[in-house]
Design a protein around this ligand. Structure first.
Ligand SMILES: NC(=O)C1=CN([C@@H]2O[C@H](COP(=O)(O)OP(=O)(O)OC[C@H]3O[C@@H](n4cnc5c(N)ncnc54)[C@H](OP(=O)(O)O)[C@@H]3O)[C@@H](O)[C@H]2O)C=CC1
Ligand SMILES: Nc1nc(=O)c2c([nH]1)NC[C@@H]1CN(c3ccc(C(=O)N[C@@H](CCC(=O)O)C(=O)O)cc3)C=[N+]21
Length: 341
């Protein structure tokens, strides 16, 4: 069960450079008594809290917008993000569109390169190397997954770590998992998950956390972030036997398996906090376009057992984009500092 703290909302364990820069932490989310499931940011009587990622992401964007305009006024520098998309997968294209819109909303310059599906590694690398050198670009993102003929590692390794706002470069990942070291950038989705826990005042230290999934993008880095926050962490993957027995022990569950509705109500300890990272399109003849988005957690069941849960959509997804903007802004700040030296 979680201990209660009403104020301050800023978590005492936060490590400045790893999560949001302190000045961006101006949030005013409700402090929740997760342990007794009584007070709530939602209107339900049960004490259940729907963790509003959309709202938190908006407040982060508002703060970033202020900082971007100050940077433009005082230093004449506009943070720049380059996104490379190879192929025409609809969900990738839609993510890139959302990100572009978010950049525009805060005044970050966004440069998109859309390459055909049959592009060679050299075609992609040409852009990566050119953005590496471009002083107006502070962050580079290569949209994943890449078409199967391309070697993802070869391409991601070529993004210089100072512009690796996705945090996927092996050096950044290495620094993330080493004790006492800090990466240049923390991957956006994991960072967004932890940021939501902080913003809703969920205590992590000493709690049992279970992460479902061990991918480089989500599962593995989020497990290390939880460990850095002194949680006791267990990772479940596709070969794990009886996962529900493990999740039932968890105070915090982070589900990132890409399996629609995998986590049932019966998998969750009463009062646990559940972060649902999954983005799954399922067919639904009643939905406007014949399909709808669901997470990895069966929300209808989970909300009867958990004390708090992120919805899909409107949970982790918008936070991922907000963290990308935050990483891009920090990169531009570091660029200014290094040029001032
Ligand atoms: N909201 C957001 O901002 C984001 C959402 N996503 C979503 O999160 C989900 C995960 O993404 P990603 O990490 O990239 O996916 P991957 O497919 O790369 O990894 C999935 C992980 O889940 C594990 N897994 C798969 N099936 C099961 C199962 N039945 N039981 C236990 N573990 C299982 C896999 O295990 P193994 O290693 O053994 O194969 C693997 O480690 C997807 O739905 C994706 O769309 C992703 C990024 C951002
Ligand atoms: N290099 C790279 N970096 C990534 O961070 C990355 C990636 N590749 N490839 C794909 C995944 C997926 N991902 C999402 C981001 C936001 C939403 C998002 O905003 N979702 C909205 C819903 C959007 C909709 O309605 O389709 C929500 O959950 O509310 C979803 C998914 C980032 N990824």
């Amino acid at each position: 069960m979680f201990t209660v703290s009403t104020s301050p909302l800023i978590h005492p364990n936060i490590r400045n450079n790893v999560f949001m820069p302190r000045r961006i932490r101006l949030h005013t989310s409700p402090s929740i008594r997760l342990s007794i499931r009584s007070s709530s940011s939602s209107s339900r009587d049960t004490g259940f809290t729907c963790i509003d990622g959309k709202k938190e992401a908006k407040s982060i964007r508002d703060e970033i917008k202020i900082q971007v305009s100050r940077m433009a006024a005082s230093k004449n520098i506009v943070p720049g993000l380059a996104v490379i998309l190879v192929g025409d997968k609809e969900d990738s294209a839609s993510y890139v569109r959302n990100k572009k819109k978010a950049c525009e909303s805060v005044g970050i310059k966004s440069v998109d390169v859309c390459l055909p599906e049959d592009s060679s590694e050299e075609d992609v690398l040409k852009y990566v190397l050119s953005f590496n050198k471009d002083p107006s670009i502070h962050g580079i993102l290569v949209q994943l997954p890449l078409p199967s003929h391309l070697n993802e590692a070869n391409i991601l390794n070529k993004i210089i770590k100072e512009k690796d706002v996705d945090g996927f470069h092996p050096e950044n990942m290495g620094l993330l998992v080493m004790r006492g070291r800090e990466p240049y950038f923390v991957p956006c989705t994991p960072k967004g998950c932890i940021e939501l826990l902080h913003r809703y005042n969920v205590e992590i230290k000493g709690k049992r956390a279970v992460v479902i999934g061990r991918s480089n993008i989500v599962g593995l880095p989020v497990a290390h972030l939880l460990l850095n926050e002194d949680a006791t962490v267990t990772i479940i993957h596709s070969k794990t036997k009886n996962p529900e027995e493990i999740t039932r022990e968890a105070d915090i569950i982070i589900a990132a398996a890409g399996q629609p509705n995998m986590v049932r109500g019966s998998w969750i300890k009463p009062g646990a906090v559940v972060i649902d990272v999954g983005i799954n399109h399922i067919e639904d003849p009643n939905a406007p376009r014949g399909h709808r988005l669901v997470g990895d957690v069966c929300y209808e069941e989970a909300c009867k057992v958990a004390s708090a849960i992120t919805p899909v959509p409107g949970g982790v997804g918008p936070m991922t984009i907000a963290m990308l903007l935050s990483n891009t802004l920090s990169s531009a700040k570091k660029f200014i500092t290094s040029n001032d030296l």
